[in-house]
Design a protein around this ligand. Structure first.
Ligand code: ADP
Ligand code: MG
Length: 230
């Protein structure tokens, strides 16, 4: 495979258990390669380790053992500060719950990730925020608070926030899980549009066959490993 953007090699992840000295093994010698611009779905029952996998791929967590390569750079051994830096610059996260700050407007929420950048060009960033507001069809709602939006609008704001630092990768954890079918469909279409137009690499955990069907490939996570689905 040419130039994998994310490569997980021999990933093992275990957690200590409260009620037993034996650890809970969640990922067991898992391997995955994703090329730049690819879109990929991960499915599997609740508790099988999908979020754990996404967090490791996105440098939110580290594996117990194994290697995580992001653009050929090993990120599995970095400290928390170095990982935070990589996350902020290269990866956009979308979660099932939007995690917008309730006291900030839509526009302020979208701009939040830019506060960590060392020398932001405020004009450029502001312009890009406007472009993103337009792309997610929230221009008229820029000054609204999250509590004044519908579920789908909130999730679209979360998508724009994930994009503001121009990441090359979007990791989405059940992004349509709390939306009705129609709204879920529009979010799925938005993600695919961004994947196509901006060559964004897209890794999506989902229970929705419709959303998974929009991706290039679908893997099922079972017994700590990935198998090609269908
Ligand atoms: P999924 O996203 O597929 O529902 P998760 O990755 O969230 O699954 O969790 C996989 C398993 O690991 C679950 O049994 C969960 O209880 C366990 N787990 C997840 N995070 C932790 C943690 N920080 N400490 C202990 N156990 C955890
Ligand atoms: Mg999960």
């Amino acid at each position: 495979m040419k130039n994998a953007m994310i490569e997980l090699k021999n990933i093992h992840k275990q957690y200590p258990r409260n009620n037993s000295p034996a650890p809970l093994v969640v990922l067991d010698n898992l391997n995955l390669q994703i090329s730049a611009g690819e879109s990929l779905a991960i499915v599997g029952p609740s508790g099988c380790g999908k979020s754990t996998l996404l967090h490791i791929a996105g440098a939110l967590d580290v594996p117990t053992s194994g290697t995580v390569l992001l653009n050929n750079r090993d990120i599995s051994q970095l400290n928390e500060k170095q990982r935070a830096n990589i996350r902020n610059r290269e990866i956009g996260f979308i979660f099932q719950l939007h995690y917008l700050l309730p006291q900030c407007t839509v526009q302020e929420n979208i701009l939040l990730p830019t506060l960590a950048n060392s020398s932001p060009n405020n004009d450029q960033v502001g312009q890009y925020a406007h472009q993103l507001l337009k792309a997610v069809e929230l221009t008229e709602f820029a000054d609204y608070l999250p509590g004044q939006l519908s579920g789908g609008q909130r999730q679209r704001a979360a998508v724009a926030r994930a994009l503001i630092n121009k990441p090359s990768i979007i990791l989405a954890d059940e992004p349509t899980g709390s939306l009705d079918e129609h709204t879920a469909e529009t979010i799925g279409e938005l993600l695919i549009k961004l994947n196509c137009e901006h060559q964004l690499t897209l890794l999506v955990v989902t229970h929705s066959p419709s959303l998974a069907g929009k991706m290039n490939r679908t893997y099922k996570l079972a017994n700590g490993q990935l198998e090609l689905h269908q």
